[in-house]
Unconditional design. Structure first.
Lengths: 656, 212
């Protein structure tokens, strides 16, 4: 790296930090994964880890469903039930949907914007390792039989020592704080990557919608997670050091916790759904064989959702007694946010309208996303109305609502995304036959489980109860829901069978199995280490598709331009610069990119995992003993100093 | 940093030409985004402080304990450190290593003086009976100012690191960006203090117990 573009000449610097373990060089074996800084490998690590937690969270859910399938069941005691629903919710939000989305960010963003990696590859690795250790830390609580039991929302003072003296909620506050660091670091990384690493010509208005939604999500992560961090620190110092933030005996206010938590919590639900919206926005046009309908509206609606999501949090507090003024304001803002959501739904339908649709597995998942998400959105608007929410709050109606948006929405879209991009990431196809059965059973199971919960909720069945009396008349409905739950589990099993089966058959995918539109389909499957041999030059939205079908440019692109909402002048400016730049880059690409010896990628590094381990040990020390904190700090400093002194690339004895 | 793509050519911290889409360096964008994140962090703690104003059930209350003149002095010291920071960056950018080094360490010293004031204040409050466990004022005051102090400490350590870099010659005009982003962080922490000083010391200095 140093040798190719010599800047002002400077001698090498003597500062260094002793290497205890030699820097790994081999591209194979366990060390190459531990010290990888390649966004594709990190994406795979995220995917595998969070799929594992998906199974764990699913087992927790099934246990609850078994308990609830009959009245007065005594299989699971109330304390255990509390731990199960707390860990189920926490796991699915923080260890499944967020990191599965991160797996997609990692794999796709550099490919979609025509870059060779993210802006900060080592920081990216750090995010993953912190996530891994944080998730293990949180779940370690199961092993000592003391899992968190205060709900994924951790309502204080119920989660305070006075009412909850065991260690469970300590695992929760510290574990989530560790995970928060990982999310914020990843969010920062993707903001910079998307803003700064786009291929020449790819102005903001030419970015794929998935990239756009990743950007909005990253901004939300970076702004919302600190708010959770604050709530957690407050609860943590209360629990561990006896301060009074939520100690009601000293005047601490339970409503403050709800405000702080939901100020984070509502943006968080958009952090969970926006990537899913991005995924379906990529799948639908490909299988409808026409460009996305109303790109600008779709993007703008996504940004609007990300913005308005900050002003609705008190709809989680309608029964707290904030008074009519506050309740009305938040009811209005909550109803208003349904508008951009609706715009998106119309755009997706418009994309399919008049297209020649191929019903692949990915497409079927994407279509069910639209349907299920719409149902969830409608129940959402129902409890945006304060009087009806008074009936619905803390009942199974809300459980039905958020599972329609989170499972029917986020998870369905993610499965669609897996079927869609699997060939790109592995080089071979997943079986479509098994895939369609997988989809069908998941859809049926999901609706069996969650549709009846609307009725249960309106009939008054409270959420978070471990059992109910026989004479309530809730047994049949609950039995059906439990059956649906097992059907869903079966569909996940089918998915895993499909993965194994397809890995054995290895039907080669080719570079572009679906007639894709975005840049990732222009390179080989799986992509080479360096992604793009030559950085592409982007002229149109869906550039790759128009390269394949130049005859369609006039038909589609022309209309788009005249009807453009987003300032075309800005885009124009970017284009001009891109053209000038093009000549330059031809030149020096020409010199230094013969073969891929000239492509600069950062070397591997083991400091990210060391830093992450140090951080987690410090977290564990907060709960146990000061010496552990000291050890953790030493490890952390080792990682930090080693990292600061380590050059991105070791100097190579060079031939230039 | 990964091989950059993008439209504008800029020089990175090793003096190599790289391309970015905005013309800003990745590091600078990273720092700005992080500061946005930190705004939410301090914002939430400051909001908590304001919510709990006048709600402590027992004393000492702010009026019993806050000493505005002393804290004004430490605030002034922190403000001056920002001035030193500006000078340090300017000298390093001009390639005047010695002056740059001098001003970097001036920032370090001023920051350390601010921290000493804070240690003194915390100790003093402890002696007259205000700890984080005393009442809501103690809890919110110590955690908010303590976390701010932690930010300052981090900044001081970072600047010491850069100061030695400047002596050794690894921090120079062509990678002054490294000092520039440390400076962004430093100015930000300084601004946060001005807000904290206003909210805690100026606005609520006369607060006594809960009304009525
Ligand atoms: C049209 C858009 C939406 C509206 C109007 C809406 C409205 C609401 C309201 C009013 C509540 C509070 C219900 C109560 O506790 O009584 C709620 C709860 C919830 N919503 Fe939504 N929502 C929408 C979309 C979403 C999306 C997209 C997600 C996630 C991807 C989501 C996830 C949740 C969750 C997790 C809860 C329950 C939190 C808890 O109490 O544990 N919602 N929603
Ligand atoms: Cu909400």
């Amino acid at each position: 790296m140093q040798t190719t573009h010599p800047g002002p000449s400077r001698e090498p610097i003597s500062l260094s930090f002793p290497r205890i373990i030699p820097r790994p060089k081999s591209e194979y074996g366990i060390w190459s994964w531990i010290s990888t800084v390649d966004h594709k490998r990190i994406g795979t690590l995220y995917a595998v880890t969070s799929f594992f937690w998906f199974l764990v969270g699913g087992i927790e859910a099934l246990l609850m469903r078994v308990q609830l399938s009959q009245a007065d069941s005594t299989l699971i005691d109330p304390e255990m039930f509390n731990q199960l629903f707390t860990m189920h919710g926490t796991t699915m939000v923080f260890l499944v949907v967020m990191p599965l989305s991160a797996a997609f960010f990692n794999w796709l963003i550099p490919l979609q914007i025509g870059a060779r990696d993210v802006a900060f590859p080592r920081l990216n690795a750090l995010s993953f390792w912190i996530f891994l250790f944080g998730s293990l830390f949180l779940n370690f609580s199961w092993l000592i039989g003391d899992a968190p039991n205060g709900g994924w929302f951790g309502y204080a003072p119920n989660s305070h020592v006075a009412f909850n003296p065991t260690n469970g909620m300590n695992f929760w506050v510290i574990g989530l704080n560790i995970l928060g660091v990982a999310s914020i670091a990843a969010g920062l990384n993707f903001i910079v990557t998307i803003l700064n690493m786009r291929a020449p010509g790819m102005s903001l208005t030419k970015m794929p919608v998935f990239t756009w939604m990743t950007f909005v999500t990253s901004v939300l992560i970076v702004l919302a997670l600190p708010v959770l961090t604050v709530a957690l620190i407050q609860l943590q110092v209360d629990r561990l050091y006896g301060t009074h933030f939520y100690n009601t005996a000293a005047g601490g206010d339970p409503v403050l916790w709800q405000h702080v938590f939901w100020l984070f919590g509502h943006p968080e639900v958009y952090i969970l759904i926006l990537p899913a919206m991005g995924i379906v926005s990529e799948i639908l046009p490909v299988f409808s064989r026409k460009p996305l309908f109303g790109y600008s509206f779709l993007v703008f609606a996504g940004v609007a959702i990300g913005f308005m999501g900050w002003f609705v949090w008190s709809h989680h507090m309608f029964t707290v007694g904030l008074g009519p003024a506050a309740n009305s304001a938040f009811a209005i803002s909550t109803m208003a946010i349904a508008i951009p959501t609706g715009i998106k739904i119309f755009n997706w339908i418009g994309t399919m309208w008049g297209g020649s649709i191929r019903f692949s597995t990915a497409m079927l998942f994407a279509i069910s996303f639209i349907a299920m998400f719409t149902i969830g959105g409608l129940s959402g608007v129902m409890h945006a109305s304060v009087p009806s929410d008074a009936q619905q709050q803390d009942t199974y109606f809300v459980v039905a609502h958020f599972h329609y948006v989170l499972f029917g929405g986020a998870i369905m879209a993610i499965f669609g995304g897996i079927y869609f991009w699997w060939p790109k990431t592995t080089g071979y196809m997943l079986s479509e036959k098994l895939g369609i059965i997988n989809w069908l059973i998941m859809l049926i199971g999901f609706n069996l489980q969650f549709a009846p919960q609307h009725w249960l909720g309106l009939d008054g069945m409270p959420r978070r109860i471990f059992t109910y009396a026989e004479n309530m008349g809730w047994e049949n409905t609950n039995m059906i829901a439990s059956a649906g739950g097992f059907l869903m589990a079966f569909s996940v099993l089918l998915f895993m069978i499909n993965v194994v089966y397809s890995a054995r058959k290895r039907v080669p995918a080719g570079d572009d199995p679906w007639d894709g539109r975005t840049l990732e389909w222009s390179i080989s499957s799986p992509p080479p280490h360096y992604n793009f041999e030559k950085i592409p030059n982007v002229e149109h939205r869906d550039d790759f598709w128009f390269t394949k079908h130049p005859e369609l440019i006039a038909e589609y692109y022309h209309d788009e331009h005249s009807g453009e909402l987003t300032a075309p002048s800005g885009a124009q400016f970017d284009d001009d610069v891109a053209e000038e730049e093009d000549e330059h880059s031809e030149e020096h690409h020409g010199d230094d990119e013969h073969g891929h010896g000239g492509i600069h990628l950062p070397d591997m590094s083991y400091y990210p995992i060391i830093l992450a381990a140090g951080l987690t040990i410090v977290g564990a020390g907060l709960m146990t003993a000061v010496p552990v904190i000291v050890i953790g700090t030493i490890v952390l400093l080792w990682g930090l100093l080693g990292w600061s002194f380590e050059p991105v690339n070791d100097p190579v004895p060079d031939s230039h | 940093m990964a091989a950059a793509t993008g439209t504008y050519e800029i020089k990175n911290e090793h003096g190599e030409v790289i391309n970015t889409s905005t013309g800003l360096s990745n590091k600078k964008l990273l720092m700005w985004s992080f500061l946005g994140s930190d705004v939410m962090f301090f914002g939430s703690f400051i909001a908590t402080y304001l919510v709990y104003r006048n709600r402590s059930l027992v004393g000492p209350y702010p009026a019993d304990i806050l000493d505005i003149p002393i804290t004004s002095v430490s605030t002034f010291v922190l403000l001056m450190s920002s001035l030193a920071m500006v000078l340090a960056l300017s000298y390093i950018q001009q390639g005047r290593q010695k002056m740059g080094t001098f001003w970097i360490f001036s920032v370090v010293v001023l920051g350390a003086i601010f921290l000493l004031f804070q240690v003194y204040e915390f100790n003093h409050f402890g002696q007259v009976g205000l700890t984080p466990r005393t009442n809501l004022f103690g809890t919110t005051f110590f955690i908010l100012t303590g976390l701010h102090g932690a930010h300052v400490t981090l900044g001081v350590l970072w600047l010491i690191f850069l100061g030695f870099g400047s002596i050794k010659g690894s921090l120079r005009a062509d990678n002054a960006i490294d000092l520039e982003i440390a400076g962004l962080y430093w100015h930000f922490v300084d601004i946060v203090w001005i807000v904290i000083f206003t909210v805690i010391y100026l606005i609520s200095a006369r607060d006594v117990g809960p009304p009525g």
